[in-house]
Design a protein around this ligand. Structure first.
Ligand SMILES: [Zn+2]
Length: 417
């Protein structure tokens, strides 16, 4: 996608985002190349790169070895040390946290297994992790904010906060307002699949893709459709909750009250039940050990069935949405996802089969287990790094540290993306 700047005076924040986005996507780029890529005047680009350097978001480096007379040319790149943000991933029974810099490196990582039924308990645990991460040397310069990724749906519906693949026992996410007050940091939150999909857009395998479908394979199963680098939300913010799509007529009973839901066949919870370890405190380690041995008939039977469900799901998603690719990420071990994708071959015929494509039909996240943390950490900086007009036109976001710089105003609460 080519980004186009605009010459209207009121669009200054947008133009800054456009230039910052080009620098991020190119990795390293000269001022002349930026001018060509964004259709802004050389003077405007010079002003913006000067501003961004002054603020510390980008750094200029002389390009060694370039053949030119006089001074070697200067290239700009994101300053990884400009600041960091804290990503929190809440899953049933586990809180994971990471300190992530502006180029998507996870500098510090923490994880605790806790009972997530009690919001007070979760808040106390998250506060401890945030304090620990803020004390790390890497957090010295600036912490942009805290992003929290949680299993959806987060809006009150028939199927919210019900069953072991959700934050069972919760009724809302008001506790995140308390997190904001206690840390005095901006707090943003989102459904885990949305956060992880945005993380893939900024720093992952979907960096160059305008649209894709993201499948979040963790304790449960979620999905997000990304269009023009924005997550499609639907009428109430609950779009593409694919885990509860009926997949098997008369199939396994689901917590949502229906039967045969996709998540009952394609999730870590489903696998843990099949292996008889769903209540074990170290169930993830047990699952990985089983996968490595691969000699348990129950595991092999589960994988064969899960792969069939995946094969069908890929066909439905492709025929319905025609995405450039389907990215699979989430806390499921990469070994498991690779096995299922392999067993799902050959894929069904669909509108994505047989066409010349820029991406394969399925891509695996390179961050797999870390994709939720990275996605959560992206939430406070997503609008900084991604030029989206609708964000500039809507005052629906919490105030961020970058507010003055990029033209946002705040609402004083935890902000949902
Ligand atoms: Zn269901």
């Amino acid at each position: 996608m080519v980004s186009r700047g605009t010459t209207q005076q009121s669009s200054a924040p947008y133009n800054r985002r456009i230039v910052l986005d080009v620098i991020r996507r190119q990795g390293r780029v000269s001022r002349r190349e930026i001018v060509e890529l964004v259709s802004l005047s050389p003077q405007t680009v010079a002003n913006i790169t000067n501003d961004l350097q002054t603020i510390g978001l980008i750094v200029a480096r002389r390009v060694k070895g370039a053949k030119s007379r006089g001074q070697p040319p200067i290239a700009f790149e994101l300053n990884p040390n400009a600041g960091s943000s804290i990503g929190i991933s809440l899953e049933p029974g586990r809180v994971s946290a990471g300190l992530v810099n502006l180029v998507g490196d996870i500098l510090e990582r923490r994880e605790v297994d806790i009972d997530t039924h009690d919001q007070r308990h979760v808040l106390a645990s998250v506060l401890t992790l945030v304090r620990e991460l803020r004390r790390r040397p890497a957090a010295a310069r600036q912490v942009w904010g805290v992003g929290v990724a949680l299993p959806g749906p987060l809006v009150k519906t028939d199927i919210s906060f019900i069953g072991p693949t959700t934050l069972e026992g919760w009724s809302d996410v008001a506790v995140l307002d308390e997190l904001r007050d206690a840390t005095r940091l901006q707090v943003f939150y989102s459904v885990d699949s949305v956060a992880a999909a945005l993380g893939e857009t900024l720093f992952g395998v979907a960096r160059t893709l305008d649209n894709f479908f993201y499948m979040h394979f963790g304790v449960g199963l979620g999905g997000t459709l990304v269009v023009n680098r924005s997550a499609y939300r639907g009428a109430n913010g609950n779009a593409t909750e694919i885990g509860h799509i009926p997949a098997v007529p008369g199939g396994k009973a689901c917590y949502c009250g229906n039967s045969g839901c996709l998540e009952r066949y394609l999730s870590l919870q489903s696998l843990a039940e099949a292996l008889g370890v769903s209540e074990a405190p170290d169930r993830d380690a047990l699952i990985v050990a089983q996968l490595e041995r691969n000699d348990d008939p129950a595991l092999q039977a589960w994988c064969r069935e899960a792969a069939e469900r995946l094969r069908d799901a890929v066909c439905v998603i492709e025929n319905m949405l025609d995405p450039m690719t389907i990215v699979i990420g989430g806390s499921a071990p990469k070994l498991l996802v690779e096995r299922l994708v392999s067993l799902a071959q050959p894929l069904h015929h669909s509108v994505r089969g047989g066409v010349a494509a820029t991406a394969p039909r399925i891509l695996l996240s390179e961050r797999q287990e870390d994709s939720s943390i990275l996605g959560a950490a992206v939430l406070p900086i997503y609008d900084l790094l991604s030029p989206r007009f609708e964000v500039l036109q809507q005052d629906r976001r919490a105030e961020a540290n970058v507010a003055g710089l990029l033209g946002q105003r705040g609402t004083g609460r935890a902000g949902r993306l």
